[in-house]
Every structure is written in C-alpha cells, then in structure tokens.
Design a protein around this ligand. Sequence first.
Ligand SMILES: Nc1ncnc2c1ncn2[C@@H]1O[C@H](COP(=O)(O)OP(=O)(O)O)[C@@H](O)[C@H]1O
Ligand code: SF4
Ligand SMILES: [Mg+2]
Length: 350
Amino acid sequence: MLDMPQKSTQTEAVPLMRTSGLKVHFPIRKGVMKRTVGHVRAVDGIDLEIREGETLSVVGESGCGKSTLGQALLRNVEPTDGVIHFRNRDNDIVDLTALEIKQLRNYRTDIRMIFQDPFASLNPRRRVIDIIGESIRNAGETSEARVREKVTRLLRRVGLRPEYLMRYPYAFSGGERQRIGIARALAVDPRLVVADECISALDVSIQAQTLNLLQDLQEEFRLTYVFISHDMSVVEYISDRVAVMYAGRVVELAETEPLFERPRHPYTAALLASVPRPDPKSARSSNRHWLAGEVADPANRPTGCAFHPRCPFATDLCRTEDPAPRAVADHQVACHHAHELSLEGVRPNA
Ligand SMILES: Nc1ncnc2c1ncn2[C@@H]1O[C@H](COP(=O)(O)OP(=O)(O)O)[C@@H](O)[C@H]1O
Ligand code: SF4
Ligand SMILES: [Mg+2]
C-alpha cells in the first residue's frame, strides 16, 4: 500500500536525521512595549541522531522540552539555533532549518506527527474520508476514487471498518480516534513519525493495543519513530533507544535495556524509581532516591548542571560547571560523576 523506499545497506550507517546544537528559545516579553526580558530555553542545545527504522524515545518530566523538540524537528516551531540534517529519498542530506517555507513543503509528507489528544487534532466538522483524504489530496492525488480507495485501505489497516468513512470524529471512542490520527499520519507515506504522548490520554487497556498497532505498522512500512512520553513503562516497551531530557538537554542516551538496567545519570535513575515491577524480588532497595523538588525552570536555568538542586550526588563542581555529554559504557551521559556512581535500575520485565 505505502510505497516506502527499500533500506540500503550503504545508507544504513547514515542516520535519517541528525540535529546539531538545536535550540528553541521563546522570548519572554513584558510591559507595554513588549520588551524581551528573558528567554524560556525550552530546547537548549540538542545533538541527536535518529537512525532509520528505529524507535527513539524521548522521555522526561513535564516541562523538560520534549514537545518543543518534537515540533522543532518538523519546524512547526522555528529553531533559534542549530541544524537539522535530514536524509531525503534521494539519499541527499538537507538542512531543514535552511529551507524556505516553499521548499520545506516537500518534506511535509516525509515527517509526520501523531498527537496526544486525537479529539483536539481532528476537525469535528469533517468526515473521516476528508480528515484522512485531505493530506492525500494535498500531496497531489487528483482522483477522488483513488483517495477513497486509499483511505479505505488505511482504515482497514488500523483496524477500523471501511463503512466508518462517512462518520464524524464524535462517533468514535478515544482509541478509535487515535487510530484515525495514525491513519492520517500514514496517508502520505511518511518516513519519520513523531508521536507526542500519543497514548497518554487513552485507557490502559487501549494503550497496549495502540502500541502494538504502532509496532506492526513500523515493520510493515519501514517507519522510524520518535516516541515522546513521560511514562518510563511505555518507553521500556516500545523503544530501541532512549534519550532522557532535562531542562532542554539530553542528559542520557543509550539503548533501552542498558539504560533501564544500569542507568548512568542520576535523573534517569530517579525516573526509573517510578517504574512498577510486580515481582517482589525486583523490589527496589530503600536507599533509592526518588525525585524531590521542582523540575528546573527553563527560563531560569540553574548554574552548572541544571539537575544539581535535586541531585543527591551534587558537588561544588556540579554547582558551577555545566557537564558536557561523554561516553560512559556505551551511554552518552552529561554528568560529572557518571563514571563513579553506581545507580540502581530495574530488571527487564518478564
Ligand atoms: N510557545 C511557547 N512559548 C513560551 N514558552 C513555551 C512555549 N511552548 C513551550 N514553552 C515552555 O517551554 C518549556 C518546555 O515545554 P514543552 O516542550 O511543552 O515540555 P514537555 O513536552 O516536556 O512537557 C516549558 O517551560 C513550557 O512552558
Ligand atoms: S553533574 Fe552532579 S548534579 Fe548533575 S547529575 Fe551529575 S552528580 Fe548530579
Ligand atoms: Mg509535551
């Protein structure tokens, strides 16, 4: 159905997307003159590689900058600084941040988004055929019969009945609406899908079904996912690699299993303390540190390591010097003391 390019061994080593020094700073304006008095540094220098075919999760507490990062990858919000290199269908590398809006339109079908609240993101006055069909038409399809045929196939593929074509969004359950949102994202044969908290609003029983659907679709259509979530359990289930964000930066990046079993950043370890494990043998020791205090304010970033006011291991060095990311046992970690800490993770889920 979706005509995806074949994976080439030559290009596998080159990531699908790579951000370098990506920043999104929102100005804070005050007074009648709307003078800029500061900046919310929502995304504050992110170097991230997204490999073709993987699910890279971005995790962190609310306010860490996950959604802003996701939106910046599509340039729905304009980066303040940095570059976003994207490998296009001809295997040429383009810097999305350097494109004019007109040129950027060529990439609107390559990179798609799935949102948290499907009800808010689906126009209530439009039927399913038009909600999904619109992007197919926008991508140049002029035959209504072919649009209808494609939407019907997509609906079936996401587990909805074709006769739902003429219905309006209110006639569906939350889980069904999210399936429509997924069908809409896939309608134009994307290569990269950014899913922002896309199952957070669903009932737990529906969450698992939706995750399974996303995984099946990934395999079938060779999709690459950036999966944004605040929920470590969901992230553990779906990800190949995990990027942990704090105060607009990636503080730890590793493959899922090592990150969960042996976190190297104190913030990752604190997030893992919330992961439930039914097995009493895997009960966490009492000296585990839970997250205390407020998440760092991106408008007023703490000095040195932004996590230091909440970190039980903080030293004078942490309070004054910003730790640069470096490799510690196959993890990328931005922590002065990562190499000397022994942090508790969680065992793999049976
Ligand atoms: N358009 C905006 N203008 C000003 N501040 C914003 C805007 N969007 C997000 N922020 C701020 O940027 C920070 C990161 O927000 P967000 O990316 O939504 O984080 P997350 O998705 O991790 O919860 C927050 O402090 C938020 O209030
Ligand atoms: S750099 Fe210091 S304050 Fe920051 S996470 Fe590491 S130990 Fe904690
Ligand atoms: Mg968010």
